[in-house]
Design a protein around this ligand. Structure first.
Ligand SMILES: Nc1ncnc2c1ncn2[C@@H]1O[C@H](COP(=O)(O)OP(=O)(O)OP(=O)(O)O)[C@@H](O)[C@H]1O
Ligand SMILES: [Mg+2]
Length: 302
């Protein structure tokens, strides 16, 4: 049962909520967000329907999704299992083409994968096991022909240092923990200096403590490099901590149910009354009966 007070709170969260004037935390005085200056979004998702076609049937994963992701946004897709979060991320990466609508990056339609959009997945086995940490990070820089050997090594070293793995630069993936492998994958992605970093539940397989530390590191890296992040999670808490903007997707097929600003929260907010209230509001919003499908939604609150 949703109380009148909760409903009135929720009305604040509805789709048309304007972007905040200062959507990023610990903002340097000089770094004004693009949204403030009225610039167009970096990644624009317009009316995007995504489907999987098998000989037996067609599975609609998302239905007419509209989202604007601005430069330096940490934009989170939050929704229950099967609502199409990963599919939408894959479409932004260019692995899947919409059956309806369009995705543009800096005004250019996304037609396939490219080095301007790098994905970090949940799995720990994203790294070729025969390459050292340093080789894993430097290899895509060489493969994309963007840098010479010396420059690639230097840039790799820089990002390995940023994720705190310099002592392990010559180690192989099997010598690292899951969290360390994930850091290598993040260093490798950031070293490519993509226009958008796409992360699909990158910390979901980590223990709670390591997950918290990785969230902290990601935010510290963002503070420094101000990359644009599109981040998928089904954890409400993680969405509020990592994101400055959160899109709530309804269950299968995913539709945008609401969009909220979450820039006022960071790891230090966890446990505060405001944070708990925001978790509760999102929880209610995600669990309430979906008017389209009449089915209750499912997600986790941690
Ligand atoms: N390769 C595929 N072929 C057919 N259907 C698929 C395929 N991949 C995903 N689907 C279907 O598309 C829908 C969306 O899947 P998707 O993986 O995008 O969900 P998700 O929100 O990422 O879920 P989760 O939180 O469990 O990762 C689901 O119904 C799923 O069964
Ligand atoms: Mg997924």
């Amino acid at each position: 049962m949703i109380s009148a007070a909760t409903l009135s709170d929720l009305s604040v969260l509805e789709l048309a909520e304007p972007r905040p004037r200062a959507p990023v935390r610990r903002e340097a005085a000089s770094a004004r967000p693009a949204s403030e200056s009225g610039e167009s979004p970096l990644l624009r998702i317009r009316g995007v329907t995504l489907e999987y076609r098998t000989p037996a049937r067609v599975v609609r994963a998302t239905h007419r999704i509209d989202l604007d992701i601005h430069e330096a946004d940490r934009f989170v897709l939050l929704g229950p299992s099967g609502c199409g979060k990963s599919t939408l991320l894959k479409a932004a990466a260019g692995f899947i083409a919409p059956v309806e609508g369009e995705i543009t990056l800096a005004g250019v339609p996304v037609r396939g994968p490219g080095p301007d959009r790098i994905v970090v997945f949940q799995e720990f086995d994203q790294l070729p096991p025969w390459k050292t940490v340093a080789q894993n990070v430097a290899f895509p820089l060489r493969a994309a022909r963007s840098l010479g050997r010396r420059e690639a090594q230097e840039r790799a070293r820089h990002y390995i240092d940023k994720v705190g793995l310099t002592p392990f630069a010559d180690s192989y993936p099997h010598q690292l923990s899951g969290g360390m492998k994930q850091r290598v994958a993040i260093a490798r992605a950031l070293a490519m200096q993509p226009k958008v970093l796409l992360m699909d539940e990158p910390f979901a397989a980590l223990d709670a403590l390591t997950r918290r530390r990785m969230q902290e590191e990601l935010l510290a890296l963002w503070d420094e490099a101000r990359f644009t992040l599109l981040f998928v999670t089904h954890s409400i808490e993680e969405a509020l901590v990592v994101g400055n903007r959160v899109a709530l997707l309804s269950p299968h097929p995913g539709r945008v149910r609401a969009e909220i600003n979450s820039h006022e929260f960071d790891l230090g907010s966890i446990g505060s009354r405001a944070f708990q209230a925001a978790v509760q509001r999102l929880h209610t919003r995600l669990f309430e009966t979906d008017p389209e499908t009449r089915a209750p939604t499912r997600t986790t609150a941690s």
